[in-house]
Design a protein around this ligand. Structure first.
Ligand code: NAP
Length: 248
């Protein structure tokens, strides 16, 4: 008998083809889950799905813009058509459009809210009905800046704070259906998203991080995986900081 914790489970990971999302996908697959990689760019998702399949992992690439409810619904329908059910949703897709509020355009505000916050709402909305039949796990990737704010990130920090409210409400509304909903708040994680930050901003983050190193995508993936397994069966509505001690 296999002792993998997610054997037979099907997981949708938005933005699962690269960055933190890809590490989350790898970790869930290592515990036996089949994967649905959602990305705006089909080629990126297909490439990653091929890499997984070469390692014996069942993986499906799905093109969807998370900010469109109809595309989220189509992605969930495709998942169920392909795998027969869905057990796990990780809302990981996210973008930044950083600038000081004085310079922030309404478009830059809206775009970040649409993808980071409405994107999670769309996938949760599309998935809860099928998930209600046998329970499930939802994990939202928030951020420490959703708790503490950050200069130049009014749109991003508002979207990540919104995800915390969404997480707690979904946890309350679906607890009786055996659906847990938790969030991860990563600190500074070394990915393409953070490579484009100015060095001064990186140094400032590391200065206030007690562990004095950036986190890795795998650091985040391990915490996400905990919320996807029965190890966290009685835990819902929580926000776990994965931040090297930045917030405590
Ligand atoms: P990333 O490397 O930029 O990856 C983001 C992923 O989201 C990409 O796969 C991207 O797809 C996808 N995506 C963007 N817009 C989308 C849309 N409209 N529909 C579907 N997918 C979309 O970023 P990351 O650093 O891995 O971040 C992953 C998550 O962690 C984000 O939610 C981010 O806010 C959060 N986070 C990151 C850090 C950090 O320090 N890196 C800290 C806290 C929280 P494409 O490949 O098509 O662009």
């Amino acid at each position: 008998m296999s002792c993998k914790k997610l054997e037979g489970k099907v997981a949708i990971v938005t933005g699962g083809a690269r960055g933190i999302g890809k590490s989350i996908s790898e970790k869930l697959a290592s515990e036996g889950a089949s994967l649905v990689l959602v990305d705006v760019l089909l080629e990126v998702a297909e490439q990653t799905a091929k890499e997984f399949e070469a390692k014996g992992v069942k993986a499906l690439a799905v093109k969807a813009d998370v900010s469109k409810l109809s595309e989220a619904e189509a992605a969930v329908a495709k998942t169920i058509e392909h795998f027969g059910s869905v057990d796990i949703l990780v809302n990981n897709a996210g973008i930044t459009k950083d600038t000081l509020l004085l310079r922030m355009t309404a478009e830059d505000w809206q775009k970040v809210i649409d993808i980071n916050l409405t994107g999670a709402f769309n996938f949760i909305k599309a998935i809860v009905r099928p998930m209600m039949k046998k329970g499930g796990k939802i994990v939202n990737i928030s951020s420490v800046v959703g708790k503490m704010g950050n200069v130049g990130q009014a749109n991003y920090s508002a979207s990540k704070a919104g995800l915390i409210g969404l997480t707690k409400t979904v946890a309350k509304e679906f607890a009786s259906r055996n659906i847990t909903c938790n969030a991860i708040a990563p600190g500074f994680i070394a990915t393409e998203m953070t490579h484009k930050l100015p060095q001064a901003a990186i140094d400032a983050f590391l200065m206030v991080t007690p562990m004095k190193r950036p986190g890795t995508p795998d650091d985040v993936a391990k915490a996400v995986c905990f919320f996807c397994t029965e190890d966290s069966a009685y835990i819902t509505g929580q926000v776990l900081n994965v931040d090297g001690g930045l917030l405590m």
